[in-house]
Write a protein that binds this ligand. Sequence first.
Ligand code: ATP
Length: 306
Amino acid sequence: VPTTDTTVTVRVPAKVNLFLGCGLLRGDGFHDLTTVFHAVSLFDEVTVREDDELSVEVSGEGEGDVPLDETNLAVRAARLLGERLGIRPEVRISLHKGIPVAGGMAGGSADAAGALVALDALWGAGLTREALHAVAAELGSDVPFALHGGTALGLGRGDQLTSVLARGVYHWVFALAEGGLSTPAVYAELDAWRADADPRPVSSPDAVLGALRGGNAKALGAALDNDLQVAATRLRPALRRTLEAGRELGALGSVVSGSGPTCAFLVGSAADALTLAASLSAAGVCRAVRTAHGPVHGARIVATEI
Ligand code: ATP
């Protein structure tokens, strides 16, 4: 039985990988990654309140595609945090989605991070950032970055994070595709393709990091790079046309976001973002478009109602 009516709401950003270098498959089934994460202003909101039992409800963009059972990443986050703190996770979790589902922008990971921050506050646990990070890393490779936000270098499975120096604000257009792509399927396609083709030499994030240090959007556009892009476009050839259209329409650079199928386009200003978004829509090369800027903060409490 709930003892309080308190609700805590946390806002969590989507991510785009400015660079994603994928090493060979490891013995444990994971790939060693070198990635540069960048948090952008598409947000999910996670609200928690005490209840009789653990449950989740979802509203917003793509709500019908989000599972409401134990596989929901916010539910898994509540279970794991409860276990760690010795608290029964009898809470109602409300997710309001602004991050495209299964789009390669880590929406599920964002919800897990949001649930951790919200429940830490609701339960008055006062965990340190480091302690939350450790729980986050157990939930998934992208969850620690959703806590962290900003722009960060990720190593290992992507969960070993270091902040990177990034000057300025970057403006983005995201082209959302019909239907999602499964992250494991994209990695499997990359492994299959690499087994057949001569793998290209391992690339480095240096050009991306240099452009960020200098606040140089043009150089960043030219340096955007994602090893998963070849696999995502093999599974979804229509993405080639989308990427090409964005470049023809004047984007500074284009890249498939994470495992796709969302395509990210860097432009020079907020006004350019609106123009490119309208042109991509008119060209009919995607399901929907969104504009955003980055970097933005990681998971943060935006409201507490008692
Ligand atoms: P990533 O880039 O981290 O691989 P993604 O952005 O491609 O992920 P998500 O939006 O995280 O994709 O969703 C991937 C799958 O995870 C969905 O198809 C869905 O079934 C499942 N899922 C579990 N929990 C959630 C959640 N809270 N929000 C969205 N999807 C979730």
